[in-house]
Design a protein around this ligand. Structure first.
Ligand SMILES: Nc1ncnc2c1ncn2[C@@H]1O[C@H](COP(=O)(O)OP(=O)(O)OP(=O)(O)O)[C@@H](O)[C@H]1O
Length: 657
């Protein structure tokens, strides 16, 4: 198929060079999407339908078989050989069951090792004598050693995951899921599915995946291309609001207040603070005539615009036209017949411009935020009744910035500027946004993401128990309201794929302390997993960590050494001294470089076949409060696929002991 596309000659169908360029770009994209995927088999499943889909059963239609794969593949005659996993005919591969076989007699799953077909599993869905068994291929797929970035799960998507993947594009879905239940995987496959089902619409409006940090985005960036989808943008929230260079940091208190939803109203008042009541009439001179719009009429126009729910900038553009319209009404009364051009000319008249300048001045979003954070009185007037005096004091800059260039903007300030910008001019909305690790966003960050899907929909993925910011989400209902999608439905995933039984059981001891309402995850894994908890004398900790890493490296697959951020210098020195090379999170593991040194602050969303966890008490103590510390520990304990070694020099936190 790729060769067919490569061989296309477009010279006689493109009328001009623009058409030629557009068509050539389209063909290039298709060739990239059809690129051969090393080690990825053409198909992974087969469905034997009892009747050909769509056939009239009354006429005794015969059955039909389909092979299911990552892409649609046809033969030289154009007959389908492999059906795309997203096509309607493929859906029973994920959803058919013994209670509802969906007209499928046989479902076959194929297993591959290094690209070679090595196994298959059959389910005769209509045979009452056949007992349901757990899929060995699913276990093998999860336990297949990890090298390189995150893989797709297209061959083994489970029914509860599939339901979310194919949920209607018009609605927003929120998934609360314990660690390793496949939230990230589901979100990415959902994008691929929606692009298949609504390709034209989403190609026009765009799709976006939002993740917590750059290393996480690097880890997931290959999943969509492997599914043939190259056009999906990926960004962090900070990338979305990068209107200024972030060089400063906030105290936790200041960041929490700046991220609070009340700031939206503070900003609204700040942006609109320059709107003034016209005091004098406007006199427009045209030729020998003078047209006078009295002050009371100008006041009505300004008040009416201020009361309307339109952006500040749009109202500013409408104001001169409204004043000009008032002049035109007078002209018509006087027997003239002015047209649109006259209205435009009047709108540009100096007298009209002067009213606009005085009553609806231009607003620069960054300058507005700068003034709020530098000018005590201005902040007090905008935050009156919203923020306490103490809260205002907390967010005011100790040293007011002299100008935009010298301001030491923080990440939370950039979000405020984004809000101010949207108050002036509407932010364009995409068709669909996937928001991963959503539990860590502040209300103002939810609003920033929400305006990027205001006319589209979203998939919100997160786990309340993994929230580690001072403003972490306490309830999804509240978060979804800030996102502007209060009607979203919330689904819960509790079947864990990553973490083996014994390890998830150990980590779940923390749940009553960190998220009392949440049910512990179960594990689909048959292997108990290797959990080892060892106490070592403080002076021997670094050596013990190095030894545990060496042990872990005797197994196949990736190894992650997770430690409190302040421990990184000591541990990197110990690893280097021991001659153990290591990577940073997000750097691609390979057969020769399999050990990653992971600061606990970057562990979220990542996973390793074997994890070595450095002193849990130090990890907890490195966070601003005990609950955040235990949540950080819960994240660290749930990164392992096959084995976890916990080394502690200090007593373990009592919730874990
Ligand atoms: N249906 C499946 N088949 C095979 N592997 C799966 C399946 N679902 C999830 N996995 C695997 O389980 C692991 C965890 O998935 P994922 O990272 O999406 O979970 P998560 O819920 O986002 O976890 P966390 O909360 O820790 O970020 C990944 O290796 C993923 O490939």
């Amino acid at each position: 198929m790729r060769q067919d596309v490569e061989a296309l000659d477009i010279s006689d169908v493109t009328g001009n060079w623009v058409n030629a360029k557009v068509l050539a770009a389209g063909i290039e994209a298709r060739i990239t999407a059809l690129a051969d995927l090393a080690d990825l088999p053409l198909f992974f499943g087969r469905l034997d339908y009892r009747h050909a889909p769509g056939a009239d059963l009354a006429e005794g239609a015969s059955g039909e078989n389909f092979y299911i794969g990552r892409r649609h593949v046809h033969d030289a005659d154009g007959d389908p050989m492999v059906i795309d996993w997203r096509a309607p005919v493929s859906q029973p591969f994920y959803r058919a069951s013994r209670t509802d076989p969906m007209d499928v007699a046989l479902r076959r799953r194929f297993g591959y090792t290094a690209g070679e077909l090595t196994a298959y599993e059959d389910e005769h869905l209509t045979d009452p004598a056949e007992a349901a068994t757990a899929s060995r291929l699913l276990q093998d797929e999860i336990e297949r050693p990890r090298v390189g970035p995150m893989r797709d799960i297209v061959a083994t998507i489970q029914p509860e995951q599939h339901e979310i993947v194919v949920a209607d594009v018009s609605g927003t879905v929120c998934v609360q899921g314990a660690p390793g239940t496949g939230k990230t995987a589901v979100g990415l496959h959902r994008v691929a599915y929606l692009l298949y089902a609504h390709r034209e619409r989403l190609a026009r409006t765009g799709t976006l995946v939002v993740g917590p940090n750059a290393s996480f985005l690097r880890y997931i960036e290959q999943v969509l291309p492997a599914l043939g989808e190259m056009q999906v943008k990926q960004a962090t929230v900070d990338d979305l609001v990068a209107h200024v260079t972030v060089r400063g940091t906030d105290s936790a208190d200041a960041a929490r207040i700046k991220g609070d939803a009340r700031m939206a109203e503070v900003l609204r008042r700040a942006v609109r603070s320059g709107i003034a009541t016209p005091k004098e009439a406007a006199v427009v001179v045209r030729g020998s005539r003078r047209w006078r719009v009295p002050a009371y009429e100008l006041q009505e126009i300004v008040q009416e615009l201020a009361a309307r729910d339109i952006r500040y900038g749009a109202a500013r553009e409408a104001l001169p036209q409204r004043i000009a319209h008032a002049v035109l009404v007078q002209m018509e009364r006087a027997g003239e017949a002015p047209d649109d051009r006259v209205q435009d000319a009047v709108a540009r008249n100096p007298a009209v411009k002067a009213v606009v300048k005085e009553c609806w001045p231009p607003v620069d979003p960054a300058r507005t935020v700068l003034r709020l954070l530098s000018d005590r009185q201005f902040l007090a007037s905008c935050a009156d009744g919203l923020l306490t005096a103490e809260e205002q004091e907390t967010i005011l800059w100790a040293r007011p910035a002299r100008g935009l260039g010298s301001a030491r903007w923080s990440a939370a300030d950039a979000v405020l500027i984004d809000e101010a910008q949207d108050l002036v001019r509407r932010t364009p909305s995409l068709g669909h946004v996937v928001l991963d690790e959503a539990q860590d966003l502040s209300p103002m960050q939810y609003r920033a993401v929400g305006r990027r899907c205001s006319t589209g929909s979203a998939t919100v993925l997160g786990d309340i128990a993994q929230g580690t910011t001072p403003w972490a989400t306490a309830s999804w209902a509240e978060a979804l309201a800030h996102l502007g999608k209060p009607e979203a439905r919330v689904e819960e995933l509790t079947r864990g794929f990553r973490v083996p039984l014994e390890i998830i059981g150990y980590a779940s001891r923390l749940l009553p302390a960190i998220a009392p309402g949440l049910a512990p995850a179960t594990s689909v894994r048959e292997s108990a997993g290797a959990l080892s908890v060892r106490e070592v004398p403080p002076a021997a900790l670094d050596d013990a960590v190095v030894t545990a890493c060496r042990e872990a490296l005797t197994h196949e697959g990736s190894v992650g050494l997770i430690a409190a951020d302040p421990r990184l210098p000591a541990l990197s020195a110990a690893l280097t001294a021991a001659g153990l090379p290591f990577l940073a999170p997000g750097e691609e593991t390979s057969a020769t470089a399999r050990l990653t040194l992971v600061p606990a602050s970057l562990a979220k969303g990542l996973e390793y076949d074997y994890v070595v966890l450095d002193d849990p008490a130090t990890l907890v103590a490195a966070e601003p409060d005990p609950r955040t510390g235990l949540r950080r520990l819960y994240v660290a304990l749930t990164r392992a696929v096959s084995g976890l070694t916990v080394l502690h020099a200090q007593p373990l936190p009592e919730e874990l002991a």
